[in-house]
Design a protein around this ligand. Structure first.
Ligand code: SF4
Length: 218
């Protein structure tokens, strides 16, 4: 059985499916404790679901929303080898696209499903968890499927530029997103940082917070 913290339909707030109708499933539990974590309830368990339960649940969602994106997030959705279950779900719904938002600390071993997209969050120094990243994942990321995301505060800028360089040397065409740490850097500062350093990255925002504020379940 899998512990689910919460699940709901929303507009995705972040890269790479920002603005798209999305069914968000938040798995309970995380192996990190980032300074800015906005999922303080991440250990709560609202649902205990088997693989079959999750498939049935998604089937119900798809009946009302046929081309919705499915986002598995956390907490950390890859804890305890959950990618095995996630890949089975993705195989069953081979006409849907699944996004897995992982904190980057866990080695991804299965890149076989084309409809599974990894969003690798490389934790920055201000998160307090910068050393947790599993660097081996970088070279395995697939050009059109996966991406790397940095949530950046003012103090993280130089460090982030080095890491972008590191990624592009190993995986030159991978998509990279920079997202501002809420309240820790002005959006224009991040935009200027990208332009002034001619970085081949995309600026991302936490759209759900702009739409609904810092509320749970949206
Ligand atoms: S990885 Fe995500 S869920 Fe886990 S502590 Fe950090 S921000 Fe929170």
């Amino acid at each position: 059985m899998l512990n689910i913290c919460e699940k709901y339909i929303t507009i995705s707030g972040e890269a790479p499916i920002i603005g798209e109708p999305t069914y968000l499933v938040r798995f309970s539990g995380c192996n990190l404790s980032c300074s800015y974590c906005d999922s303080i309830y991440k250990d709560e368990v609202q649902y205990r679901m088997s693989l079959e339960d999750i498939i049935e649940d998604i089937e119900q969602i798809v009946r009302i929303y046929s081309d919705i994106k499915i986002l598995f997030t956390g907490g950390e959705p890859l804890l305890n080898k959950k990618e095995i279950v996630i890949n089975k779900i993705a195989e069953y719904f081979d006409y849907l696209n699944f996004y897995i938002e992982t904190n980057g600390s866990i080695e991804i071993s299965d890149f076989s499903n084309k409809n599974v997209h990894y969003v690798l969050d490389w934790k920055t120094p201000s998160s307090g968890c910068a050393n947790s990243f599993c660097k081996g994942n970088v070279k395995n990321l697939r050009m059109y499927n996966d991406c790397v995301k940095f949530v950046v505060g003012e103090e993280d800028l130089d460090w982030t530029r080095d890491k972008i360089d590191y990624i592009l040397k190993r995986n030159p065409f991978i998509s990279i997103y920079l997202s501002p740490q809420w309240g820790k850097i002005e959006l224009f500062r991040l935009a200027e940082f990208i332009i002034n350093n001619r970085l081949p990255v995309k600026l991302s925002i936490q759209l759900h917070k702009i739409i609904w504020g810092e509320r749970r379940g949206v």
